[in-house]
Each structure stands twice: as C-alpha cells, then as structure tokens.
Design a binder for this molecule. Sequence first.
Ligand code: NDP
Ligand code: MG
Length: 329
Amino acid sequence: MKLYYDKDADLDVLKGKTVAIIGYGSQGHAHALNLSESGIDVVVGLNAGNPDRQKAEAAGLTVLMNDAAAKKADIIMILVPDQIQPVVYEKDILPHLRAGVVLAFAHGFNIHYNQIVPPADIDVIMVAPKGPGHLVRRQYQAGSGVPSLIAIHQNPSGRAKEIALAYAKGIGATRAGVIETTYREETETDLFGEQAVLCGGITELIRAGFNTLVEAGYQPEMAYFECLHEVKLIVDLIYEGGLGGMYYSVSDTAEYGGLVKGPVVIGDEVKNAMKKLLHDIQNGTFATEWILENRANGPTFNAYRRLLREDKIEKIGAELRSMMSWLKK
Ligand code: NDP
Ligand code: MG
C-alpha cells in the first residue's frame, strides 16, 4: 500500500483556483481554515440564517450563499450532513457545474449509492480525514495532520489525483499520510466500521455488560466504572501498542480471562450478525433504509435517540461524570 506525504503533493496545483467549502460544521470549519492558512483562496457557502455564518466571518473567511459560492468556485467541497447533500446539490450546486469544475466529498455515501450523479465532464474526488473535524483543525495548528483517504470517482481532466493530493496537503493530511482508496471501499468500510465496531458494537458491548451486572444486583456505579469508564484506559493502551501492548500492561489474570473468555462473548453469533450488516451495506439495503428514514422525518432515529437518553447507564453516567472534576477541562 502506498502512502502519500507532503513531498508527493503540490499545493501550486490549487494556486489561482477558488475552493468553495459548502457547510461550516465539524469538517467544514477545519477544511476552510486549514486551506486558507495554506494560502488557498477559500469561500464558504452557507445560506442566510445559518448561525455558522457569524463564526465563519469572525474567523476572517469570505462567506457567500451556497449557490454564489458554487458559482465562483473551481473546486466545490460538499460538507453539509450526508442526508442533506442531495438537496443542496440539486438546488445550489448542479446549476453552476461547468466542464473543468471539481466536485469533492469527505465521505462516499451519496456518490456510491447514486444519490448524487454528477455530469460526466466533472472531476469527482474524495478527501476524507479519518478523524473528526476538530482534530483536523487542531493537528494542523500544531504543525501536524490527520491521516486521510483520497479517491477518484470521475477524472475527465486527467488531473483529479493531483488535485485531491494538493487538497489533502492544504488541510494538513499529507503531513500524517494519505492512502488512495475507492468510493466503494471507503463507503462500505466506513459504514461497517461505525455500525459493527466503533459506534454500534462498542456501545452495545458496554450496555450489555452494564445491564448484566446491574440485573445481577451489583451497584450501578460499580457497573458503570467497570464496563464504561475503564474502556478509555484500555482503548488508549490498544491505540498505542496494539492488542498485545494492552495485554502486556494488564494483569496475567486479566490477560488469561480476556484471551480465553473474549471469544466466548464475541462468538459465531456476533460474527454472523456482522456478516449480515456487511451484506446489507454491500447490497444497498442499509442505504435504502437510511434514505427512507430521512424522507419519513426520522421516526426510528428519533425514537432510538430518546431511548438512549432515557437509559439507566446514561443517567448514572451523567451523575458520576459531574463529580469527575478532571473530565471538565
Ligand atoms: P456537520 O453536521 O458538523 O456540519 C454540517 C454543516 O452543514 C453545518 O454548517 C450545518 O449548519 C450545515 N447544515 C446542516 N443542515 C443543513 C441544511 N439543511 N442545509 C444547509 N446546510 C446545513 O457535518 P460533518 O462535518 O460531520 O459532515 C460533513 C461531511 O464530512 C459528511 O459527508 C461526513 O460524512 C463527512 N465526514 C465527517 C467526519 C466527522 O467526524 N464529522 C469525518 C469524516 C468525514 P448548522 O450548524 O446550522 O446545522
Ligand atoms: Mg467513519
């Protein structure tokens, strides 16, 4: 696998061009500010009434309405939430697309699942930081960057890759390392990772452990510390030294118990469920579900959000964290 660094990317590719950043949320503010400080001409697209306008203007950026930003730009990076992107694209961006314009995304969902189908004479690239926008901004300011992915969906100009690499350099990504992938691979692995492991898997593992202890009569505070609070300490060790590095640091009893009993918890049933999730991601079932959920105004999404807020582990956790003064900084 090839990693691209600063020396592999040329910022001059973007000189004389205007980059429009549509949206100024987690990724949007980081891309706009980092590119601007890298010497690139940036305009931010935000429609009237968006409270982020003041923030972007206060940061010294030029803010235009979405369609004016799109009209002015040579490169248009769409950083509104994925479920909003098709509407913003149809209304504000598509009318201003002309041959030579580059359309960019930080996640492949809408292109991969055909929610946005750009004209054939438009380059379509992806520059996707593998971290939240606030980290993209903070690392850039600290002189480093967040590892990122690039992908090319359409390349009529033949220059899509050098533009993607230059953009990645402008946000600081090539300081940390950039990997080339495809829209399909990025979209499917990203959805799988967040569902099976990062967001869905971990939270349900925590909840199942917590509930098992509480239902057996142990104090919920004890269950919270054991099954939620300590997760961070263990994950930090894994992040630094891999699974083996973590096992080196814990007791032999914990190491034996973890190695031998872990596979009892995460056995064939879980692996089969993961395969089912992956299958549904690959064949578009999940995408259809999520698109229709949004069209229906999010009834299931809102119900699950409410159920989580009402869950015992969240109530206990809020109380305990309010006593942990070191968390507040
Ligand atoms: P955010 O939700 O943080 O920001 C979205 C921006 O769009 C905000 O300025 C928001 O304004 C604005 N917005 C919200 N609703 C609308 C609307 N109806 N019409 C117009 N503008 C609207 O998004 P993210 O930065 O999280 O995501 C942007 C892209 O980056 C997505 O494609 C995502 O998949 C990708 N990405 C995100 C990562 C992350 O960690 N967050 C990591 C890698 C990629 P307001 O604040 O008023 O809502
Ligand atoms: Mg992700």
